[in-house]
Ligand binder design. Sequence first.
Ligand code: ADP
Ligand code: MG
Length: 627
Amino acid sequence: MQFLSLLLRNRLAAAGGVVLSLVLLLALVTPLLPLANPDVTDTANRFLMPGEQGHWLGTDHLGRDLLARLLHGTRLSLAVGFAAAFFAAFFGAAIGIIAGYFGGRTDNLIMRGVDMLMAFPYILLALAIVAALGPGLTNALIAVAAVNVPFFARNIRGVTVGLAHKEFVDAARLAGLGHTRIILTEILPNVIPVIVIAMSTTIGWMILETAGLSFLGLGSQPPQADLGSMLGEARGALITNPHTSVVPGAMILVIVMSINLLGDGVRDALDPRLRSGALTRPMPATRVERKGTIPAEGEGGAVLNLRQLQTQFHVKNRIYKAVGGVDLKVAPGECLGVIGESGSGKSVTALSVMGLVASPPGVITGGAVYFQGQDLVGAPYERLRALRGDKVAYIFQDPLATLHPLYKVGDQLVEAIRVHHPVSRSEARARAVALLKQVRIPNAESRIDSYPHEMSGGMRQRVGIAMALANDPEVIIADEPTTALDVTVQAQILSLLDDLRRERGLAIIFITHDFGVVAQLCDRVAVMYAGRIVETGPTAAVLRAPAHPYTSRLIACVPELGGGRRRLEAIPGLPPAVDRLEPGCAFAPRCLKASAACREGDIALEGPGARAVRCIHPEAELEEGVA
Ligand code: ADP
Ligand code: MG
């Protein structure tokens, strides 16, 4: 069970679990133990110290055996605490689900009632309930459960509201299920984890509250012992005979602490977002662990020059070699296409440039990234931060995920500018309008005050491009910027990027999985497979005579308009898992030409001039490419 192993990995929670189990076990077997009768008084032996006359923990002010009272009291306190938590959770969840599911007036009525209950201070409300019902343990239980119902109701209502309009609930309704069935089969399973979490974090509280009521004499009535009433009775002898208070006090501490530690652990283990280690905050720049650096030879006027870059993910004892030694460079005004199937390491390569791969688990294990001749791998964070978004800007795939939903796009643009340049707000705003015009957003002056959700996907992506252009970068890295758009908008955005690089001399690294897009936009192309470049060259030369079998099969996957009917060739098989790469060519298992030699040793990326291929059976002779 994954849940248990996750829970046990959390040391504190495991310790809490062990202690709590011991206490529960003791409470369960208490009636079987050879203990003195906890309620028999023996005034001759009042306030015996622990160990005296066979009383292990001594006696209280009436000469009753403290050990016996402690164990019976613990049993009672636990029972009342758990019962209160159960009732509070049951009624609170029921109220919350009904309010959240039906919504509208039902919701309003119920929740305003709950609000009224919540307006009273906790303990005051409990006191009032006990005062009305009369003192006694059962009434204390009712009071504690009642004051906790609003907490559960609010929590569960919030979750239910989010679920009540989900597609699967609508589908169930259309399928003819009644409200009760929907609540029981569709809603309840989704809120149970929340209920369990809320319970595990409040049981400790409820035990404390019950003890509090008993301490005030409103809970368990003499001679019956629970932890709170024991404390209350010992109050008078706090100074003269402290052991009478310490014994029940320590037990309360142990119980509540172990429950809370365990509860926190349960919450962490049940929350799917925390499960994947989201609690560990990523470092501001990717961790670097490399031995020696690689000189920036063959610069050739490039602004950005990646040399033998290696990025891995270290997850537990697995190593995912997402990027396994990549060489790439772009010159000002040039557009380099990086193409490959999904999972081939394109995004990780792009993010490694500015140290944006999340660490943990990402680690840059080798190579160098030269920007204007200076190595960025392992550069101080301040330097990376100054460059990010200023000299090197990114455009990501999903503009809805990259724009903040609660800020107007104009404000986000202004912020992007003012982070890097000390200009006034109005100046930055004027610049933002100019940028929006430049990316051809109609009515830029009014559009600047739109929220991201008020724009279409194509427009949002233009805002993303405007943001990337905000500080006049030298390099733009575009990671599949048009994948989420329809073809007409895609064509507009591609021509926009093309104009921009010609006007401004931008260097663009354009990541895509579509050879059609590469043909339209890119001067050169690098084909990536399993974290390595397998072929590179001027776009026209690669398209005319692809040399790597992978490249030619990728090209064969692109349909041609007006090219007549032909069979589209899908590439059989799947890209390899990067944590189990075999020696030799990673494409060999899917390649029709693969021979034994392909599966042995490293194959070099070689070729004349700008053309190079990593293959021993190339499909075409490499001609020295001319751009
Ligand atoms: P793409 O070419 O589609 O952009 P990516 O660069 O996103 O591919 O991913 C490259 C490889 O890295 C994939 O095989 C992916 O499974 C792996 N990978 C990405 N992120 C992680 C991670 N956090 N942990 C382990 N492996 C990862
Ligand atoms: Mg990607």
